[in-house]
Design a binder for this molecule. Structure first.
Ligand code: UT7
Length: 325
């Protein structure tokens, strides 16, 4: 049995192709879809996103993020004894993206599996890895969020295609005598499946149903604000920590207005919130580890600081993790 798990390295990767709102708007205009930089910034805070080139998969983005995280932790791939990948855009129907990543990394032999909780995926994966480390089932885990959401966007639907981007983030989570992950809180409510989903599936050699993302944006927005607040409070309560003690809030990066509402409810000023949605768009399961890595590498997130991660997404799924860096 290990006492705690602790993040000892972070990493991230964005595919090089960056599209500003103006770049995307002009591509959409060519298809007769009308949008503007002004609308996207005002309603979402997004200014740009990155799209992977054809043939580049979630495991490719994850590989670079993991290499960066391993380097930061001073570890080799062969030191890893557990790989969990959170993704809703896997390379294949099966095997898991985690197995494909494991082989690319050269970490063959350790358990590797995917977690599917859409934009809450990294929160779920981190909680599972923490539990496995605490039981002694693992000592050094790679926990990854990786997505190529550009592959499941309907570029004729302006209400969704301007919101998402591709990317990956990873952490090394190690057994430790000192904290570490202090508390977490996970939830799901399947009655909301229909408001955010990709309903298509593979059957008899064909894709049946719509394989592109559908969202009722306003319904998601309203649910997200309340659920993020509930998860944040439940997690803080479990650890006996006051919201004012948090050094950094790192929420899922979907919409700046959701992040502002969440911070306001916790009475946290926006300068305690790491924001990457402006440059990355919504990268689903990758958004939280990407933002964490940006926070660490920019020198804002420092060892010993108290961080609250929180996510919400399709399912509906939601949750939060409180940790000490
Ligand atoms: O990671 C999963 C979690 N996902 C989210 O958190 C997303 C949550 N939802 C949202 O972020 C917001 O609801 C959106 C950004 C998706 C939409 O913002 P909104 O303020 O709720 O806008 P709306 O849907 O009420 O649309 C307002 C207007 C509509 O026009 P009319 O009917 O007022 O004439 C839309 O047709 O804006 C129009 N519109 C656009 N106009 C230009 C919608 N999308 C666009 C667009 N460009 N891309």
């Amino acid at each position: 049995m290990n006492t705690y798990s602790r993040i000892t390295g972070t990493g991230s990767f964005l595919p090089p192709r960056r599209l500003s709102n103006a770049d995307l708007a002009s591509k959409l205009a060519a298809k007769g879809v009308e949008t503007s930089h002004e609308w996207i910034v005002e309603r979402t805070g997004i200014e740009a996103r990155h799209f992977a080139d054809p043939g580049v998969c979630s495991s490719d983005l994850a590989l670079e993020a993991c290499r960066n995280a391993l380097q930061a932790a001073g570890l080799e791939p062969t030191d890893i004894d557990l790989i969990i990948v959170a993704t809703s855009t896997p390379d294949m129907v099966f095997p898991s993206t985690a197995c494909i990543l494991q082989n690319k990394l050269g970490a063959n032999g350790c358990p590797a599996f995917d977690v599917q909780a859409v934009c809450s995926g990294f929160i779920y994966a981190l909680t599972v890895a923490d539990a496995m480390i605490k039981t002694g089932a693992a000592k050094r885990a790679l926990v990854v969020g990786a997505e190529v959401f550009s592959r499941i966007l309907d570029f004729t639907d302006r209400t969704t295609c301007v919101l998402f981007g591709d990317g990956a983030g990873a952490v090394v989570l190690e057994a430790s005598d000192t904290p570490g992950i202090l508390a977490s809180d996970l939830h799901a409510d399947g009655k909301h499946v229909g408001i955010l989903c990709v309903p298509g599936h593979v059957s008899g050699g064909q894709v049946l149903g719509n394989p592109l993302l559908k969202m009722d944006g306003q319904a998601v927005f309203k649910l997200a604000v309340g659920l993020l607040d509930a998860a944040a409070r439940a997690t803080l309560n479990k650890a006996g920590v006051d919201a004012t003690d948090i050094d950094w809030l790192i929420p899922h990066q979907a919409n700046l207005r959701i992040m502002q509402s969440t911070a306001k409810k916790l009475k946290l000023p926006m300068d305690k919130v790491i924001i990457t949605v402006d440059q990355h768009g919504n990268t689903s399961a990758a958004s939280i580890p990407l933002a964490l890595d940006v926070g660490v590498r920019s020198g804002r997130v420092k060892p010993g600081e108290l961080i609250l991660l929180e996510g919400v997404g399709g399912g509906f799924t939601w949750g939060a993790v409180l940790l000490k860096m």
